[in-house]
Every structure is written in structure tokens, then in C-alpha cells.
Design a protein around this ligand. Structure first.
Ligand code: NAD
Length: 417
């Protein structure tokens, strides 16, 4: 047992509670829990930005590197006002577990800048991104730490990072994934996470010998993950009946016209301004009766207040950490199935891995190969989770954490000195 005072420990956070349960079930001691729930390195930098109006504004950038026993650190960069050290730490640990679960040779990391990219001009966003790389370049690299897009970031931002890093180290493709196709991005990467969410849903239905055609889906968050998940569900014959962005959503019980809605979004409009369906609040959307509820926006939306009001049969965690520990217990008591984030949204890190492999080999893959290998990996990981859940009579999240924590623990043991 550790005799250290609690303030030396990583503050207990939501997924640490899930991890703590897994460590207890695996009979790991407190030192192992501390190792797996903490982070090996945390970077915080100050980034001054000269705004277009001549004023100076200070932003803070973060990169938390959780563990790299299974491969280089890997994880998203978020540009959002809520970005901070504690949140990055929590999401970095989640990335390690995710990579371990789907067996891609990466560790976990997360970070970003506490900014609202919508309030920045193109020039300001580029300067901020390049200044961030100037501050953290020693900590990232193709065999060290490989960032990727997340909330508020996209392929253009990844291109700026790749370019800024290359100015210092020479042309380096594999320093980030989620790049534009023209400069080393992978076919299928943009839609990988959303496509993967639908693959996991299909595998779950197959496992239970259920049909998914005609089943109703509600999606909160209509950004990268939400739009591509909607397209994939639609292509499987499912009915997406409601979607939303941060300002609200739209609802149609007979099924939304996803192509029309995506064209509306591509034209730069808000979801709620779409005239082909009834407007709805984000709060109401989460409480709609449906087969699948897909949170694809921010963390912690299904908390102890919301969990009792969910009327979905199955929650599919497309976002990272959308369900709090207390919320998860309520969903379990109410018999609502949860397909956990570290499985449901792992399509992103899997295709990021494929992109990195293509960059290392200087050999692009065809889209068919990307989709085929993504499907194979996610089907395999899903089967493992379903089998462990059956064998241990536990929920899917517990099963996924048991598998991932065991792999991570074994790798750390093999590489520790
Ligand atoms: P994004 O920025 O492209 O889209 C986020 C969407 O959520 C936007 O439509 C935004 O308006 C909406 N939103 C924000 N706050 C909201 C609120 N309070 N209520 C309702 N909607 C809100 O981000 P993304 O890349 O789609 O990421 C979404 C989630 O998926 C995040 O949790 C992210 O960590 C996770 N994720 C993303 C990837 C990826 O490849 N992009 C991979 C794995 C997990």
C-alpha cells in the first residue's frame, strides 16, 4: 500500500473511477492504479497571440502524455474554452486504454488550447497553432507523440502543425494524423470515427441476432463524428430521428433527410436553422424515446441528473467520456445498455494508426483497404468485449476496461526498470 499523502496523487476523476473498479477486479494494488490513472508527463505552455485588432491575448496550451509502454503517445488536440490540464489528463488516460483495447501500437495523450476557434480569424487561428508547435515541438514527433484532430480542430490545423514541425526537423509526415489527403492524410480518416461507431452498433446487433434496419437513432453533436455516424447509420437503413449542435437540434419521428441536413451544414448553417424538421433543445433531444442514443459532443452530458431521464434502449458513446460514473450506475440500474467510448469511438485511432503506417512506409492505401481493415479490427475488439462481458457477467464498459487495463499493466511491467 502506498503511504504517500493523497495530494501527490492524480486527482480522482470520472474514468479513474471506472479504472479503479477494473484494477480492483484484477487485484492490482494501489501503486498499479496510481500508475495507470496518472500521467507520465504534463506540458502546459503560455501562448501570447496578437489579435487582428492589435490587442494582446494570452491563451494556454496543454499536452498530457499518459503512457507509452505500448507505443508512442497518441491522442487528439482540442481547441475549446473548456480545455485544461485536468480534462486533458483524464482524456489522455482514456486514449491509452482505447489503444490497448483495440491493439494499436500506441500509448495515450491528449491536449489542446483553451480557445474558441469560432471567435478567431483564419490568420489568428494559424498563428496560435504555429505558436503552440513552437512551444511543444520537443515533446511531439512520429515516434514520440502524435496529435490528431478533436473538438474544434481539423485537417487544416493538422497541416499547420505538420508544416511548423517540419521547419525544425525536416519534412515529417508522421508527426500528426488527420491531415489533408494531399499531404499524407489517409483515405477514410475523416469519416473513420463515425463509421466505426456504426460498425460497433452493427456488431452488437449481430451478437444479439437483432436487425438494425429501421431502428431509431438520436445523435447529440453534429460535427465530424456526429455527421459521419449519421451517414453510416443512414446507409445501414437506420432512421436518424434527431440531431443537434451546441445551439440546439431538429427532430422528425419519420427520419431526417441526412443528405439534405449535411448539405445545410456544409453551407455553414446551424442545425436548428434547418427547415425540413421540427426544432428541439439539446435537453429535450437527450430524453427522446429511441433505440440508440449517440452522444457525439462533449464530456459528462449523461450525469446523475440526466441518466434517469434517458429513454433510449442503448447508449452509444461516440464522444469521449459522455457518461459520468454516477450516471453510468443509474443507466445500469435501469437496464440501459452502454457501448463504451473506448470501443465505440476507437475507429478514429485505428485509422490514425493506418495513416501513420502509410506515412512511415510512404505508401498510400486505397479506401477499400482502410475500411476493410477498420471493420476487421473493430469487429475483433467488439467480440472480445462481448465475450469478456458474458464470461464475467459484467457490463461492456467493465469488460473493455478489464481487457485494456490488463494489457497496459503487462506492457508497463515488461518495460519498467
Ligand atoms: P467537432 O468539433 O467536429 O464537433 C462537435 C459537435 O458537438 C459540434 O456539432 C458542436 O456544435 C457540438 N456541441 C458542442 N457543445 C455541445 C453541446 N453542449 N450540446 C450539443 N452539441 C454540442 O468534434 P468531433 O471531432 O466530432 O468530436 C466529438 C466527440 O467525439 C468528442 O468527445 C471527441 O473527443 C470525440 N472523438 C472524436 C474523434 C475524432 O476523430 N474526431 C475520435 C474519437 C473521439
Amino acid at each position: 500500500m502506498s503511504q504517500r499523502p493523497p495530494d501527490r496523487r492524480t486527482k480522482t476523476q470520472e474514468n479513474s473511477l471506472f479504472l479503479h473498479e477494473a484494477c480492483k477486479a484484477l487485484e492490482y494494488n494501489d501503486q498499479v492504479f496510481e500508475l495507470l490513472s496518472g500521467a507520465s508527463r504534463e506540458i502546459r505552455v503560455q501562448i501570447p497571440l496578437l489579435r487582428d485588432d492589435g490587442s494582446l491575448e494570452i491563451f494556454y496550451g496543454y499536452r498530457v502524455q499518459h503512457h507509452n509502454a505500448l507505443g508512442p503517445f497518441k491522442g487528439g488536440l482540442r481547441f475549446h474554452p473548456s480545455v485544461n490540464l485536468a480534462g486533458s489528463r483524464r482524456l489522455a488516460a482514456l486514449m491509452s486504454l482505447k489503444s490497448a483495447l483495440v491493439k494499436v501500437p500506441f500509448g495515450g495523450a491528449k491536449g489542446g488550447i483553451d480557445c474558441d476557434p469560432r471567435s478567431l480569424s483564419h490568420r489568428e487561428l494559424e498563428s496560435l497553432t504555429r505558436a503552440f508547435v513552437e512551444k511543444i515541438h520537443r515533446g511531439i514527433g512520429p515516434s514520440l507523440d502524435i496529435p490528431a484532430p478533436d473538438i474544434g480542430t481539423n485537417d487544416q490545423i493538422m497541416a499547420w502543425i505538420q508544416n511548423e514541425y517540419s521547419k525544425i526537423y525536416g519534412y515529417t509526415l508522421g508527426v500528426v494524423t488527420g491531415k489533408p489527403l494531399l499531404i499524407g492524410g489517409s483515405e477514410g480518416r475523416e469519416e473513420a470515427t463515425g463509421t466505426g461507431v456504426a460498425i460497433v452498433v452493427r456488431e452488437h446487433a449481430r451478437h444479439h441476432a437483432e436487425e438494425i434496419e429501421g431502428k431509431t437513432v438520436v445523435i447529440q453533436g453534429f460535427g465530424n463524428v456526429g455527421t459521419h455516424a449519421a451517414k453510416a447509420f443512414h446507409s445501414h437503413g437506420m432512421k436518424v430521428i434527431a440531431v443537434s449542435d451546441s445551439r440546439g437540434g431538429v427532430f422528425d419521428q419519420s427520419g431526417l433527410d441526412i443528405d439534405a441536413l449535411c448539405s445545410h451544414i456544409d453551407a455553414g448553417a446551424r442545425v436548428s436553422a434547418y427547415e425540413g424538421a421540427k426544432a428541439i433543445t439539446n435537453d429535450h433531444l437527450l430524453k427522446l424515446s429511441c433505440d440508440y442514443l449517440v452522444p457525439a459532443a462533449l464530456d459528462g452530458v449523461i450525469d446523475e441528473n440526466m441518466a434517469g431521464k434517458i429513454r433510449a434502449r442503448i447508449v452509444v458513446e461516440a464522444a469521449n467520456s459522455p457518461t459520468t460514473y454516477a450516471g453510468d450506475k443509474i443507466l445500469a440500474d435501469r437496464g440501459i445498455t452502454v457501448l463504451p467510448d473506448i470501443l465505440a469511438n476507437a475507429g478514429g485511432v485505428i485509422v490514425s494508426y493506418f495513416e501513420w503506417v502509410q506515412n512511415m512506409q510512404q505508401m498510400p492505401w486505397k479506401k477499400e483497404r482502410v475500411i476493410e481493415e477498420l471493420t476487421e479490427k473493430l469487429s475483433w475488439a467488439s467480440d472480445q468485449v462481448f465475450a469478456v462481458a458474458t464470461g464475467n457477467e459484467c457490463r461492456y464498459r467493465q469488460a473493455a476496461y478489464l481487457i485494456a487495463a490488463r494489457r497496459l499493466r503487462e506492457a508497463v511491467a515488461m518495460t519498467s526498470n
